[in-house]
Design a protein around this ligand. Structure first.
Ligand code: TXA
Ligand code: MG
Length: 338
């Protein structure tokens, strides 16, 4: 199949919406990462997503909606207070898990009795969902295990010939996925840390817990997706935890003994190393740049033929928790204290 690239003009969106209505696959921009969308109520279309991505069938999908009212037919019930909070946090990088209604296909929920729902922030995404007239199932638009795509070109690399079309809406603002918050239990629980941090969500919810599996190894995660290897570039990844000086020393050690090394560090490391492949990820005091370019940087390192990527690790709090969650998976837990 030939994969079409659309821009965000109305005629293009209408043509892309027709593809969805006919059971096809269209990659869509969102504020977090690009998604691979299909009609979320059409079983056959949903199965195509799993095939195109090589995604295990036991990993459930998020349904994307364009207006908050659309949530009601997809779920059994929602606490009134929670609905009010959602009306403040949506549209945005937050996915909620609720008990599902009968109309949710098993292919969406992977056999669970819950469903994941999100209303994306990017206007063009919501306009597109609205045109499709159905909730859109959309996992990140990468091949399974690869870094999530944050622009149309990265989607094309993974999905050319595997999907009907890509809507090019420019680079994703945020760069890492939404926070997955389970509202199906008494106390809201973060199942996947994302752009909205625990601290941020605590301004809205009385109490928030974090799934143990995110904090500790060896626990069984409640979100099926968390158990898979993920986000991995072809190059080997090592994450170094330590202060500026020990990081610099260790990187210089590695550079003296190995070839084709790529470095991902912060702006205050400029002019420290004599190495071709270095990506600076903004200030270490504001991790939003690191989040934004993390996946893109992995892909760039692969393009440049890097064999080992050395990344400066960050403290596991706030956005740092979400970033380290991705880094640990990308590095297959190759994290070193220095
Ligand atoms: O930012 C995002 O969330 C992006 C954009 C495209 O919206 N989407 C995304 O989807 O990251 P995906 O499929 O790559 O990740 C969805 C995560 C997986 O870890 C999955 O296991 C979890 O949400 N999930 C989905 N339904 C669930 C459910 N009913 N219970 C627990 N976890 C669920
Ligand atoms: Mg994903």
């Amino acid at each position: 199949m030939k994969t079409k690239i659309f821009n965000t003009d109305k005629e293009n969106l209408i043509e892309a919406a027709d593809i969805i209505k006919n059971g096809g696959l269209v990659a869509i921009p969102t504020e977090t990462v690009y998604g691979l969308a299909a009609d979320g109520l059409n079983k056959k279309a949903i199965r195509k997503i799993f095939e195109a991505k090589n995604r295990p069938m036991d990993n459930p999908l998020i349904l994307h909606i364009s207006r908050i009212d659309e949530i009601h037919r997809l779920i059994k019930e929602i606490d009134k207070k929670h609905l009010e909070i959602l009306s403040k946090l949506w549209p945005g990088p937050l996915t909620v898990i609720l008990k599902k209604s009968e109309i949710i296909p098993d292919e969406i929920s992977a056999g669970l009795d819950t469903v994941a729902i999100r209303m994306p922030r990017l206007d063009i995404t919501r306009a597109f969902i609205y045109l499709c007239g159905t909730p859109l199932a959309a996992p990140s638009a990468n091949l399974s295990t690869k870094p999530s795509p944050t622009n149309a070109q990265d989607v094309f690399e993974d999905m050319d010939g595997r999907i009907d079309a890509i809507i090019d809406g420019g680079a994703s603002d945020i760069g890492i996925e939404s926070t997955v918050l389970d509202l199906s239990q008494d106390i809201p629980k973060i199942l996947r840390p994302g752009f909205y941090t625990k601290e941020y969500l605590e301004q809205y919810f009385e109490k928030i817990e974090i799934d143990n599996a995110i904090l500790k190894e060896g626990e069984v995660p409640k979100s099926p997706g968390q158990k898979y290897k993920h986000y991995a570039p072809n190059a080997k990844v090592i994450v170094l935890m330590g202060d500026d000086d020990s990081f610099r020393k260790e990187v210089k050690n590695i550079l003296s003994s190995q070839k084709n090394v790529g470095i991902m560090t912060f702006d205050n490391d400029r002019d420290q190393y004599d190495n071709e492949n270095i990506i600076y990820m903004g200030s270490k005091n504001n991790l939003s740049t690191m989040a934004k370019i993390l996946f893109k940087s992995f892909r760039k390192m692969d393009e440049n033929g890097v064999e080992l990527i050395v990344v400066r690790g960050v403290e596991e709090k706030g956005l740092g928790l979400s970033i380290m969650n991705r880094l640990k998976k990308a590095a297959s837990n190759n994290i070193r204290e220095i």
